[in-house]
Design a protein around this ligand. Structure first.
Ligand code: FES
Ligand SMILES: [Fe+2]
Length: 366
């Protein structure tokens, strides 16, 4: 029998609201996050601010209004708000500003190429920002960012990244492992707030996205890939290959560091943010542009239809409550789901989860 559960999001957490590049120096940017309309804009000094995208007078979106310096003016009846959400001008009557003329604002951090928002009622805790700092270390032409909108529930995207055995079946030649992932039972490491899954294998020729940067592009190479889930919705991925007798890590292999992170938009739609930083031909801008486009297209064209179809099939019913067939490759994704359930339950009981990023790199070189 199916067990329905209501959609659940961890509220007290940093979620990506937008790529830094999505919010320009002028104008306003509007996006629904966690079922809440949010307005984001940059002050004249470039600092981004976020507030509820709803005028407290007649509840129209403030994003339909006008920027005036660091303030925003509602276009319907002209109330003006500063970036702390306080009304600082009422053009009506004697100009008295009603106490209720205030808009909720949200803490925002600009880090690692993203704008991270805290929408919970608990104090915004910067130490709980996921540590994805490898994205910021390197040449500007060796990193790319992209955004996708999906009609699915966010945990189904986490499942997709945590179980990379799908690469052998769903994806094409570019990231083919020649079927090497599927027979393996991946290694899993778990901490209080992370789940990491790792695969190691040999293949000939090496994986296509890396082989052209190896000494012998058609010869056997050792490979590794590791995904690490950081609750609630962030997964970092590292993949590398080598033909030398060196440790399988990004310091010694030709490879890349990827970030997958999602933010629920509504109960059945999700913002999907992706970034990738490679450690080879780091100054090649043309290759960089082609690479991020290729990865974006692979998610949209290959993974996307499957995670969307899962949502059509099961909606917000808890996947594990449906007694799915469990395969050896599911271990990381299932543990990530259980970890998320547990931090959401802790939040419901009033407990504060630990910093998500504290051990972001602990297992990278394991
Ligand atoms: S709806 Fe904004 S001022 Fe009236
Ligand atoms: Fe995929």
């Amino acid at each position: 029998m199916e067990t329905s559960r209501s959609v659940s999001f961890l509220k007290n957490a940093w979620y990506v609201a937008a790529l830094s590049t999505e919010v320009g120096p002028d104008g306003v940017f509007a996006r629904k996050l966690l079922n809440t309309p949010v307005l984001i804009y940059r002050k004249q000094d470039g600092t981004p601010v976020a507030m509820l995208d709803r005028c407290p007078h007649r509840f129209v979106p403030l994003s339909m209004g006008l920027r005036q310096g660091d303030d925003i003016v509602c276009k319907y009846h002209g109330l003006k708000f500063d970036c702390s959400g306080a009304c600082n001008r009422n053009p009506h009557g004697n100009g008295h500003i009603p106490r209720a003329a205030r808009v909720r604002t949200y803490p925002l951090l600009e880090r690692f190429g993203f704008l991270w928002i805290w929408m919970g009622d608990g104090a915004a805790d910067e130490s709980r920002l996921p540590d994805v700092s490898p994205l910021t270390d390197g040449h500007p032409h060796s990193v790319g960012f992209t955004y996708m909108h999906r009609k699915t529930y966010y945990e189904l995207i986490t499942d997709n990244v945590m179980d990379l055995s799908h690469v052998d079946h769903l994806h094409g030649e570019i990231i083919s492992t020649r079927g090497q992932l599927t027979p393996q039972v991946p290694q899993v490491k778990e901490t209080d707030n992370t789940v990491a899954t790792r695969w190691e294998w040999k293949q000939t020729p090496p994986i296509f996205i890396l082989n052209q940067f190896l000494p012998e592009p058609q010869a056997e190479a050792r490979h590794f890939v590791e995904v690490k889930f950081m609750a609630p919705t962030t997964v970092q991925l590292q993949i590398g290959a080598t033909q030398e007798d060196v440790p399988l890590d990004l310091e010694n292999c030709v490879g890349q560091y990827d970030l997958h992170t999602t933010t629920p938009e509504s109960d059945g739609t999700t913002h999907y943010f992706f970034a990738t930083r490679r450690n080879h031909i780091e100054d090649d801008a043309d290759y960089n542009a082609a690479k991020i486009k290729g990865m974006h297209d692979a998610f949209v064209d290959e993974d996307g239809p499957f995670v969307d179809a899962q949502y059509v099939a099961i909606g917000n019913t808890d996947l594990l409550s449906l007694n799915p067939v469990l395969l050896s490759s599911d271990v990381g994704a299932v543990r990530a789901r259980r970890l998320l359930r547990s931090v959401i339950a802790d939040e419901g009981r009033g407990a504060q989860p630990e910093a998500a990023g504290t051990q972001a790199h602990a297992a990278i070189h394991a």
